[in-house]
Structure formats: structure tokens, C-alpha cells
Design a protein around this ligand. Structure first.
Ligand SMILES: NC(=O)c1ccc[n+]([C@@H]2O[C@H](COP(=O)([O-])OP(=O)(O)OC[C@H]3O[C@@H](n4cnc5c(N)ncnc54)[C@H](OP(=O)(O)O)[C@@H]3O)[C@@H](O)[C@H]2O)c1
Length: 321
């Protein structure tokens, strides 16, 4: 499979990343191992997690996803074949939050321990931290790269203004720069990325990975009425945010393109992202191997320009006056 390069780094990834926020939440350890096994067996290598996954499940504390991935890599002996992404900055307990040197230095050690590895391929600031100068964060990352604990750095959820400032500091100080932006982007949620971030990332050769690539499952087409919300105990409640006129128009276009390509809506939604400017790899999660098969098939779908026009027209947002 043809690999894509993340930014100006030497990280090469297949064009689909596996989301790890389900590990220890809506996928238990057995299901997680099965999905991870199938993902790498099909030639994929980019795995995404964060220290905080999956703290929101009752009884969890954060670190569950990294722990499962660490156990799995250890059991399979395949660490070198994986491009491993994790993130820092979300709250992991009292006084354990943010992008200060003190927090990053302790959080990275905790992530490495849980992941049972001595390096992270791609380390991301999870959110902007307005309380910390970005120079402090970048300087800490520079030291981690020098120490061999991190190979490449990036961020998620940062604005173009913040990234621009960060790139200038990295260039001035001779430090590693952000090579990756991980951002909320899919066929339903378009405007944030397309208006502010896409041009900036393309111009500056920052490789983009999208999250919520399936709009949390909505773009698979399995939620067509409120009765369908019970199809996922983890995600169903959130589907009311998508099941509106525009959401239905998007599903109708996905259905039409999927029928013409003999594919499923989820495949088309991911294929659309793969074709977007700046996107290196959409990140999506799967709670079963069957779901993962659809995501994998998406990487073999070649959308025509007329398919893309149809999807774009259906997902156009009403102009604001
Ligand atoms: N940087 C950030 O701030 C940030 C934020 C959120 C997520 N992320 C990353 O992005 C990844 C992807 O986001 P996400 O997992 O929240 O959302 P997503 O990829 O949009 O949705 C994935 C969910 O859709 C359902 N699904 C997947 N394939 C399907 C198929 N073929 N047919 C039917 N349903 C299917 C599954 O849920 P059910 O089985 O429960 O239906 C799955 O967990 C995360 O795992 C995480 O790594 C990053």
C-alpha cells in the first residue's frame, strides 16, 4: 500500500489511522486486540491514542487505552512496525493537566510506561493551554526529541494563529516543529477545517489527520431515526445532533454514491476524507473487526469528481446572512 508522509517528517503511514478512544470503553481488551490485529494484518500502521483515553467511562481513570495498546504491542512483538501517536495535556488528576514542562515531563514517562515502549513516534499537544507560553511547551518537546523519547511532534485542536506562532518559534530556536495537526473534520463537520486550517496546513506542509471521521458513527448510515439511537450505547445519544435535514441529505448522497460504487456509506465517507487536500490519513475507530473491514475497504475506493461533487453539494452548509 502506498504510504503517505506526515508533514516534513520521516513518518510514513498508510492512509487510515486507527482511533484508540474506544479501547477500554466501548471495546474491551479482547475486542481491542482483535481490531488491532486485523488493522496491522491489512498493512496499516498508524495508531492514535491519548493519555486520557478512556477516562470518561465510569470506573476508568485514563490510561486504559494506552495500557491495552502497550499490552498488545508487547504480546505481538511488533512495536517497530507501528507509528504510535499519543497526546498530552488533558486532565489526568488533580494538578496533572496542561502543557507546562513539569506536566509534560511526568506525563510522557507515564505514557511510555503504559505503552511499554521507550519512544513515541508522534507526540501531540491535545489542546491549546492558554496558561503556558508555547515556547515552554516546544522547548520541552525539543528536549524529549533529543533524548530519543519522541520522534516527531504535532498538535490537535490548535488554531492557525497558534500554529503560526509555534512554527516561527521552532524556526528561530532550531527546535522540532509541529508536523501534524489532528483536527475535527468529516463530511458533516466541515467549516472549521476548511475555512481556517486547510490552507494554512497545506501552505506550511503540516500533515493533517482528521478525527470523528465518521461523525462518531453517523456517517455509517446506521442511524436513520431516533429508534436507531440504541444501536450504540456509547454513541447513540449524540446522534440527535446529526439527524436533521442536512444530516439526512448527507446520508442520501452517501447512499447514492455507495450504491454506484457497490460500497457502504462508511467507506464513502472515509474515501471522501482521504481525497481532501492536506489530509494524510483520516482517523476512525472501530469496536469490531466487521466495522474495521468497512474502514479498510475505504482506502481502495476511488471516488470520481462527480461522486465528490454530489457529496459536497449535499453537505454544503446553509449560508449565514
Ligand atoms: N484529538 C482529539 O481531540 C480527538 C477527539 C476525539 C477523537 N479523537 C481520535 O479520533 C478517533 C476517531 O474518533 P471517534 O472514534 O470518536 O469517532 P469516529 O471514528 O467518527 O466514529 C467511530 C465509531 O463509529 C462506529 N463505527 C465505526 N465503523 C463503523 C462501521 N463500519 N459501521 C457502523 N458503525 C461504525 C463505532 O461506534 P459504535 O460501535 O459504538 O457504534 C466507532 O467507535 C478516536 O478514537 C481518537 O483516537 C481525537
Amino acid at each position: 500500500m502506498k504510504k503517505r508522509v506526515i508533514g516534513r517528517s520521516d513518518l510514513k503511514v498508510a492512509p487510515l489511522g486507527l482511533g484508540g478512544n474506544v479501547f477500554g470503553w466501548s471495546a474491551d481488551e479482547n475486542a481491542s486486540f482483535a481490531v488491532l490485529d486485523a488493522f496491522v494484518a491489512n498493512g496499516f500502521n498508524l495508531i492514535d491514542t491519548a493519555d486520557v483515553y478512556s477516562a470518561w467511562k465510569a470506573g476508568n481513570q485514563g490510561g486504559e487505552s494506552e495500557t491495552i495498546i502497550g499490552k498488545w504491542m508487547k504480546a505481538r512483538g511488533n512495536r517497530a512496525a507501528i507509528v504510535l501517536t499519543t497526546k498530552v495535556g488533558s486532565e489526568m488528576g488533580p494538578d496533572k493537566k496542561g502543557l507546562s514542562r513539569r506536566n509534560i515531563e511526568s506525563a510522557v514517562e507515564a505514557s511510555l510506561r503504559r505503552l511499554q515502549t521507550d519512544y513515541i513516534d508522534l507526540y501531540l499537544s491535545h489542546w491549546e493551554d492558554p496558561k503556558v507560553e508555547i515556547e515552554e511547551t516546544l522547548g520541552t518537546y525539543a528536549d524529549l526529541v533529543k533524548a530519543g523519547k519522541v520522534r516527531v511532534i504535532g498538535n490537535s485542536n490548535h488554531s492557525a494563529t497558534t500554529m503560526s506562532n509555534a512554527l516561527a518559534i521552532s524556526a528561530r530556536r532550531g527546535w522540532p516543529r509541529f508536523e501534524n495537526l489532528q483536527t475535527h473534520y468529516n463530511l458533516y463537520d466541515r467549516s472549521g477545517y476548511e475555512t481556517e486550517l486547510e490552507g494554512f496546513c497545506v501552505d506550511n506542509e503540516i500533515g493533517v489527520t482528521s478525527y470523528f471521521s465518521l461523525a462518531k458513527g453517523f456517517l455509517s448510515g446506521k442511524y436513520r431515526s431516533p429508534e436507531d439511537f440504541t444501536k450504540s450505547t456509547a454513541r447513540g445519544d449524540e446522534m440527535k445532533n446529526y439527524l436533521n435535514d442536512r444530516g439526512r441529505r448527507i446520508l442520501a448522497a452517501l447512499d447514492a454514491v455507495a450504491k454506484a460504487r457497490n460500497a457502504k456509506p462508511a467507506e464513502i465517507a472515509i474515501a471522501w476524507l482521504i481525497a481532501r487536500p492536506g489530509i494524510v490519513a483520516p482517523i476512525a475507530s472501530a469496536t469490531s473487526v466487521d466495522q474495521l473491514q468497512d474502514l479498510i475497504k475505504a482506502t481502495q475506493v476511488d471516488l470520481t469528481s462527480s461522486d465528490i461533487d454530489q457529496l459536497d453539494a449535499a453537505s454544503a452548509e446553509a449560508p449565514t446572512s
